[in-house]
Ligand binder design. Structure first.
Ligand code: ZN
Ligand code: ZN
Length: 156
């Protein structure tokens, strides 16, 4: 009689180990699926995605811990948002204008934001130079900006 047969598994133990195996397999699959979703949100790079999923598939929980340590800290969406904020901050530090609608950098003489179509400036009705929307008088030719179209200047 071989020594292994003294602890012969009963059908009950077989059932428990089969259930345990199924649960482990399901957990393993969920880990992989979670990793696939997570890395896709964080990286566009195909190689990075494959490496992350392979590491978790082969090493399971230690692989997942490794992935959590090494994965990109921000999702692509977060990275995009903060790059917009950084762009606006750098632009304001450099004395550049930013669009009030989308935060992108705009030039001083732009009439409209090319990205979000926010109206940035209005042309002077007289000399045609670009004026701030809040200005009532053109600083270049002293023409009243809004009043001119509806009523003639009173001091004429
Ligand atoms: Zn804009
Ligand atoms: Zn003017």
């Amino acid at each position: 009689m071989p020594p292994g047969e003294s602890i012969l598994p009963s059908p009950y133990i077989q059932l428990v180990s089969a259930l345990g195996g199924a649960i482990l397999a399901a957990t393993w699959l969920s880990l992989i699926l979670w990793t696939v979703r997570d890395i896709r949100a964080r990286s566009d790079d195909r190689l990075t995605q494959i490496l992350a999923v392979t590491a978790v598939s082969l090493l399971t929980v230690p692989g997942l811990l490794l992935y959590l340590l090494l994965r990109p800290a921000r999702t692509l969406e977060e990275a995009y948002q903060s790059s917009l904020e950084e762009e606006a901050l750098i632009a304001s530090l450099a004395g550049r204008l930013t669009c009030p609608g989308c935060g992108r950098q705009v030039e001083h003489d732009w009439r409209i934001c090319p990205a979000c179509s926010t109206v940035l400036r209005k042309p002077c009705t007289d000399c045609g130079r670009m004026l701030d929307l809040t200005w009532n008088v053109c600083p270049y030719c002293a023409t009243a900006t809004a009043a001119k179209e509806t009523e003639p200047p009173t001091d004429a």
